[in-house]
Design a binder for this molecule. Structure first.
Ligand code: FAD
Ligand code: GLY
Length: 388
């Protein structure tokens, strides 16, 4: 290794979280190397539906909800900056989400959300079942018969996840970041109680700071140094559909599935929730579950053609909140994972806050309650193979 290869920060993992951190670090002038064992967006970030949707799944306001609202606000200016920087449209759109109630009990729950979110001054409207067909023509014929109204959330947005990853990486590379694909990190190097870089199969790359942003695989590297990261997969399967001339006007969301219309006519149908499943291949049962759920609410999708289907592993902590912060016990190691269902939504805010903290020690602001120390990390300071 030459000293030119030395980085201020090495990032492990080329998903949306790793690439957001790389982007904001390079904006702050840091020398960054990002190592990805496969290719950028090879993990969950490559299959995500890309919804920017803090309101649709929030039963009440809590610090996580506030975090997600701030996360959503990051996207419009970031999309504009990336277009300016690298000329790539990440397809940020404020398409809104229509969350339909299929039963009386869902109607009661959604109307409760509608009331507290409206009282907070957020965009939230109730649509009676008689008006649903006008609001969303694809629901004509079903509204009233099967549906008990819907919650309309006009400020929810979307972005195309893999394109966001690509644009962030291009912008970071323009500012000197080095992206090394097809190269796994096999260990974290350290000197005593301090991180000194990472070990790949062929070399040690030295750095002052290492950021572990390897999604659901982060615990594998944590274990190498005795850090017990409680992160497990929640597998999600997703289909890409096409229905000429009759795509939904907005995102349609029901309890079991969602349909996300893209600017180019693609309609994404997602997603399953499969706890603890490390097999990232789509299955017939998954496709069947999504298809049944979609046909029940929007029978018109029955004529849509299928362009493809995928699955990804959402990295999830036991409490379903992100794990972002300095690792306890080893100086210079930063953990940024477990964004579960909201990694695309929260990636830019996480990236900005992590970069500010690494570069200026400014703390993590609204991310501070989501540090890894909230779990009882069993920490063993025994020697690592790369202790040097
Ligand atoms: P990943 O994207 O999984 O990236 C981790 C990367 O690390 C991978 O590329 C992997 O190859 C690499 N890696 C692993 N180990 C190593 C190693 N040892 N060395 C080098 N590289 C390594 N979120 C939203 O906000 N909105 C949505 O609408 C949404 N929809 C989703 C739909 C589905 C079906 C799924 C599965 C997820 C969805 N999510 C959504 C969640 C979102 O995709 C994740 O939270 C996010 O992608 C996690 O990003 P990450 O960078 O932490 O992990
Ligand atoms: N946020 C949607 C999903 O994870 O499926």
């Amino acid at each position: 290794m030459t000293s030119a290869d030395r980085a201020d920060v090495v990032i492990v993992g080329g998903g949306v979280v790793g690439c957001c951190i790389a982007y904001y670090l390079t904006l702050g002038g840091a020398r960054v190397t990002l190592l990805e064992r496969a290719h950028l967006a090879a993990g969950a970030s490559g299959v995500a539906a890309g919804m920017l949707a803090p309101q649709v799944e929030a039963p009440f306001a809590d610090p996580f909800f506030e975090l997600c609202l701030l996360g959503r606000a990051e996207h419009a200016p970031l999309a504009a900056a990336l277009l300016e920087d690298v000329g790539l449209d990440v397809e940020y759109r404020q398409t809104g989400i229509l969350r339909v109630a299929r039963t009386e009990s869902e109607r009661v729950d959604l109307q409760r959300m509608w009331r507290w979110q409206s009282a907070r001054g957020l965009a939230a409207e109730w649509v009676d079942s008689d008006d649903l067909g006008t609001c969303e023509p694809l629901l004509r014929g079903v509204a009233g018969r099967l549906l008990a109204g819907a919650l309309w959330l006009a400020d929810e947005g979307q972005v195309r996840g893999p394109r966001l990853v690509q644009a962030l990486a291009m912008a970071a590379a323009q500012r000197g970041a080095r992206f090394v694909e097809g190269t796994p990190v096999v260990d974290i190097a350290r000197q005593g109680e301090r991180v000194s870089g990472v070990q790949t199969p062929t070399e040690v790359i030295e750095s002052d700071t290492v950021v572990l942003a390897a999604g659901v695989w982060s615990p594998d590297l944590g274990r190498r140094i005795g850090l017990d990261l409680p992160v497990a997969p929640v597998k999600g399967q997703i289909l890409s559909l096409r229905g000429l001339g009759k795509t939904p006007r907005r995102v349609i969301w029901c309890g079991e599935c969602y349909l996300v219309p893209r600017p180019d006519g693609e309609v994404v149908l997602g997603a399953t929730e499969e706890e603890g499943n490390y097999d990232a291949r789509p299955t017939l049962a998954g496709v069947n579950r999504l298809t049944e759920a979609a046909l029940e609410v929007v029978p018109a999708v029955g004529s849509f053609s299928i362009d493809g289907f995928w699955a990804g592993l959402r990295p999830a902590a036991p409490d379903r909140f992100p794990l972002v912060g300095w690792a306890p016990g080893l100086e210079g190691l930063f953990v940024a994972t477990a964004h579960y269902r909201n990694g695309v939504l929260l990636g830019p805010l996480t990236g900005r806050r992590v970069a500010e903290d690494i570069l200026h020690g400014s703390g993590l602001g609204e991310l501070a309650p989501f540090g890894p120390e909230r779990f009882d990390s069993s920490w063993n300071a025994g020697p690592s193979v790369t202790d040097r």
